[in-house]
Design a protein around this ligand. Structure first.
Ligand code: GLN
Length: 475
């Protein structure tokens, strides 16, 4: 039995009696145990998952099982799962339990997916290395003391090391795509508004998106199919119909633009560049038209992103005051000092820094100069992106400028770490769907990611092109 084949193969094996859901869950639990030093899971639900597996095995025998029967899923510690702890990687939510299931989580459960645990991440999704977690960093399964990327680091490592087949992560500026690239798996950030954010801990609401990490493309597409679409609990979800993503259709000759600046910047590691150029050549050989495109606005993307996300975060995180949920300081001298101590003790350094920056850019004196200006630049970036998709079917570039860096690389200079988001942030600012797929390794054997961006709501195109790339590699 190959426990970590695609869901379809697993389901076939379950039907033919060569394996069972229980065996699949056991295999995942064994790996969680074996790789516990990677700190990918903050909490595991072995009894529950095994009991659910027995139930689903029974349903399979009766022919009443849902579409995701046989699938083991991990949840980033940002998603509400009723009666389970949720901390967003932070001390400030110590002891908090979800009162309800987030919509994506509910839809997985409705189709009989098994949730195996909650996964380590940067606090409130803020970071690119998983080092900003109150629970210590998660570590890349490739070894060599490398980070797994972030903020959905634990979620990526869990898939990388077969602790679950799929993880739900969150991507505000690259947090699903960059860790997927660093660990050599697939990471999809759908179009903003494709998936309900109900039950997702808010970081920057106009950017936040649930994303899907998997090894198998078809599984990724099926999960997107299941969790997407309108939701009475989130009025910002798109009412666009959700197509049948799980059919990996053939793709005709496409017009593909690669962002020239992404290969010219001195920040891009040589092997990332080499592997990207090799992939571009192969796309040409596959019959696609590949051209360099200029995107000079790329220079403004990071500042725009960091001004707007910190502004939104300062507002979203104001609810953590020690009264409503989680951690509360025992300093009760006055209400003011109680709030101050709770927030100083409960939030980590990076989160505090961002709340302060966000409060500053929203303050009456600076709002026009920073926040409003950044909103205007965001509009320009969106318009320019829309223009690009009139000319091209896909826009591509590396997922990240480098491969996984060593733990501690940016401890003394955390600001430098934001360069790691340089290529993922554009699709976050514009809201377009984007996928990271593996694209070989560097000289140290560390995975490189290739990023494909599509027009709004064309996730199907991302899957189809990725599938064509995988097939061309197999030949
Ligand atoms: N690394 C980026 C940040 O720190 C992106 C994080 C994310 O997508 N959640 O904001």
């Amino acid at each position: 039995m190959n426990t970590f084949a695609s869901l379809r193969e697993i389901q076939d094996e379950i039907k033919s009696g060569t394996t069972s859901c229980s065996q699949v869950v056991e295999a995942c639990l064994n790996n969680i145990d074996k790789y516990s030093h990677l700190n990918a899971f903050l909490e595991v639900y072995p009894q529950e998952a095994l009991a659910k597996a027995v139930e689903i095995d029974y349903k399979i025998t009766n022919g009443t099982a849902g579409r995701l029967a046989g699938l083991v899923v991990g949840l980033k510690d940002m998603l509400c799962y009723r009666d389970h702890h949720l901390q967003a990687g932070s001390k400030i939510l110590e002891g908090f339990e979800s009162q309800f299931n987030g919509t994506a989580v509910q839809r997985l459960l409705d189709e009989d997916a098994i949730i195996i645990g909650r996964q380590n991440c940067d606090e409130f999704g803020m970071g690119s290395s998983n080092e900003n977690s109150a629970f210590g960093p998660s570590v890349n399964g490739i070894g060599k003391d490398r980070v797994p990327g972030g903020s959905s680091g634990g979620s990526a490592v869990a898939v990388q090391m077969d602790m679950c087949q799929v993880s739900l992560g969150t991507d505000t500026g690259g947090s699903v795509r960059q860790p997927a690239a660093f660990t050599g798996v697939i990471g999809l950030k759908p179009t903003y508004s494709r998936i309900s954010r109900y039950g997702l801990v808010a970081y920057a609401s106009s950017f936040d998106s649930i994303g899907i990490i998997s090894k198998n493309l078809q599984d990724n597409a099926l999960i997107l199919q299941v969790i997407s679409g309108k939701d009475a609990f989130d009025s910002t979800v798109s009412r666009n119909p959700v197509p049948e993503f799980n059919i990996l259709e053939e793709i005709g000759p496409s017009r593909i633009g690669y962002i020239k600046e992404s290969l010219e910047t001195t920040r891009v590691q040589q092997e990332v560049k080499t592997n990207t150029l090799r992939q571009l050549k192969s796309l040409q050989e596959m019959g696609h038209q590949v051209e360099a495109v200029d995107f000079p606005l790329i220079e403004y993307v990071l500042p725009t992103y960091y001004l707007l996300t910190t502004a939104e975060a300062s507002s979203n995180l104001s609810r953590y005051d020690g009264v409503k949920y989680g951690y509360r300081s025992d300093n009760e001298e006055s209400l003011d000092s109680f709030y101050k101590s709770t927030r100083s003790e409960g939030f980590g350094q990076e989160v505090q820094k961002r709340i302060m920056l966000g409060t500053f850019v929203l303050s009456a004196d600076y709002c026009d100069a920073f926040y409003k200006k950044a909103q205007k630049v965001r509009r320009l970036i969106k318009d320019k992106t829309t223009e690009l998709f009139q000319k091209y079917d896909f826009v591509v570039m590396p997922t990240a400028p480098t491969t996984a860096f060593e733990l501690g690389t940016f401890t003394d200079n955390p600001l430098e770490m934001c360069w790691s988001d340089l290529f993922t942030v554009p699709a976050s600012v514009s809201g377009n769907p984007a996928i990271s797929i593996p694209n070989g390794v560097d000289k140290n054997g560390l995975p490189v990611g290739f990023q494909i961006i599509a027009d709004d709501f064309n996730e199907q195109g991302l899957y189809a092109l990725s599938n064509a790339i995988f097939r061309a590699r197999d030949n």
